[in-house]
Write a protein that binds this ligand. Sequence first.
Ligand code: ATP
Ligand code: MG
Ligand code: MG
Length: 336
Amino acid sequence: IVHWTPFFQTYKKQRYPWVQLAGHQGNFRPGPKPGTILKKLCPQEQACFQLLMRDVLRPYVPEYLGALELRSEEQPPAKVEAAVEASQTATDNHNNNNNNNNNNNNNSNINGPTGCKDSYLQLQDLLADFNEPCVMDCKVGVRTYLESELAKAKERPKLRKDMYEKMVQVDPTAPSDEERQLQGVTKPRYMVWRETISSTATLGFRVEGIKLAKAGSSKDFKTTRTRQQVMDAIRRFVEGYPHAAGKYLQRLQAIRATLRASSFFAGHEVVGSSLLFVHDARAAGVWMIDFAKTLPLPEHLERIRHDAVWQVGNHEDGYLIGVNNLIDIFKEIVGD
Ligand code: ATP
Ligand code: MG
Ligand code: MG
């Protein structure tokens, strides 16, 4: 099944301000074709989309229309409205934005010197078919860093005062006595801890951002951690849209069944990827997005389970733990 944005979009004025709930604002541009967006090309993510277009998961990811290289002056005018900018803090620079060759591809040269070239993935705009959509980004998995990123952080573990301070700001009781004495924590310690302040470590997903049709957006979910807190946030997200929770539940169940049959999923470690939830008064859909940190398994591993406990070296990502918990939560909301 090919999921494709209907061509009639061509004749409609863009009715919606485009909403971006995560990532750097400069990573996205409006696409040259109606119903498409451009995301800064990261080769890892491109490789995933190429495989996904031939996988059973295809109906559950944005359609990939190939790569595009644009000179700066050829780029469409910047009309993208980023609802929320980079949702991660400056020291969280182990995130995948590093993979996006951002160095000279950032906002500053979009209108910059002529002759600059940027590469983009051309993707289906998942918002294009909706009227005044509500959007939620849930980052899936029990960790949001790669094993290689943790290993790198462990190479020369310096004491970090900045990370210690961030930790204390969120939870004054988090540092150990020793860390308190030293007024510092190591980066790997911080990385592991950070996943425990949201629901990532326990529920296998976290809410990254929510945009309601008739209200501003919020990325204020960094410490939304308990099942009850997460459920309340999701309840507010679907409030006033009685059809939405049931449709989300069905779609999530279809995604889970398809994940189990997918050879792409079996053979990849899916880290930092999100489920994007979109609904309006009429329709609701969920798609898998953001594959910049989705990697083929190392050769000695044929497949991972995605619902097993992560131990350093086993590459388990906990993706299905997150999907299962989301399904349970939506079941409870539908049952109300
Ligand atoms: P990060 O790694 O910080 O999560 P990123 O730069 O890798 O960010 P994505 O996660 O792919 O970017 O996307 C960021 C946001 O942009 C999403 O939360 C969503 O709001 C929007 N978005 C991404 N892809 C699409 C799409 N195909 N259609 C509509 N909206 C999208
Ligand atoms: Mg990303
Ligand atoms: Mg993302």
